[in-house]
Write a protein that binds this ligand. Sequence first.
Ligand SMILES: Cc1ncc(COP(=O)(O)O)c(C=O)c1O
Length: 365
Amino acid sequence: MKVPFLDLRVTDPAQRQELLQALEAVMDHGRIILGPEVKRLESKIANRIGSKFTSGVNSGTDALILALRALEIGHGDEVITTPLSFIATANAITVNGAKPVFADILDDLTLDPNSIEPLINEKTKAIIPVHWAGKACQMDSIISVAKKHSLKVIEDCSQAFGSLTTNNRHVGSMGDIGCFSMNSMKSLASLGEAGMIATNNKEVWEKIDTLRYHGLINREVCNFVSHNGRLDTVQAAFIEKRLDRYESLLARRRDTAQFYHDELSGLVHTPKENPQCRDVFYTYTIQTDKRDELQLYMAEQGIESKVQHIPLMPDQPVYKGITRNNSNNARKLVQKVLCIPANEKVSNEQREYVAKIIKKFFKQS
Ligand SMILES: Cc1ncc(COP(=O)(O)O)c(C=O)c1O
């Protein structure tokens, strides 16, 4: 049996039809950029996560870049973030002229709130927690450190649309700004590149609205240096359709996560969910000292898995030695992490096969 990590084809006939109809609607009205579907999606997402304002942008990377720019974080400033993320988190800081500083992670792979304070100095302007693999960070502790030192908080929710922390709070609604990626690999996905910014601050939102199109305040007048980061109407139309089905998609991901937990928790470290929170399992990340051997064995049996993300951001050639970090736990954990196929398209037969092969590996070794 073959188990791909992710299959981006649209294979379900009903879903295909729905997306084609959404495309036709856009071709009919012709408002290709920031059309009515973008406005509708923005307001649906704002309502869903409990934020006052949202802006559709063309990627999660752009969401982060524009968020930092709107908060005027740039040259001479430092931003503290996790060492474990896709490189976009650090690069968004750097392209704005600021410096990323890397804290540490907890055993659940989210940003360790206690590792932030020792890195704060007079240059520090913001914290970017990343809700890694769809698990909410400990936002109350992170926000309290930020408040104590008058820092902004930008949540990187690229992997976590729909994750909830205590008191049913959605990721993206707790910091000053929430940034989402909706590229085709994400759980709430477009058929290409897409992103969203959320905030409760009207002034910040109005600035982002200007920044997402070259800092133009009208057709002619440019008040800020920026670039074109607008969201395509077609992508918004696709995401809108998928948003309608999102809860059932999450239910399937969570069911598979529970299945793996029941099957594998004695053999490998499996993700633990806080009963007061809801994780969306963007990836299902196990931890084992035999990671490399297990990955090879699974590949030989037709199962694709991924190691996310080596090298850690502070150890990337572009950052190594030039920024500060205290990422010791992350360096240990990243040797053990392995993401196994767990998205909503993984069938019962496939997940049973994955569990069987992992059990077989540990029986043999
Ligand atoms: C944690 C994190 N931040 C930022 C991004 C960047 O998002 P995008 O690919 O939409 O630019 C990603 C995308 O994979 C991500 O996983």
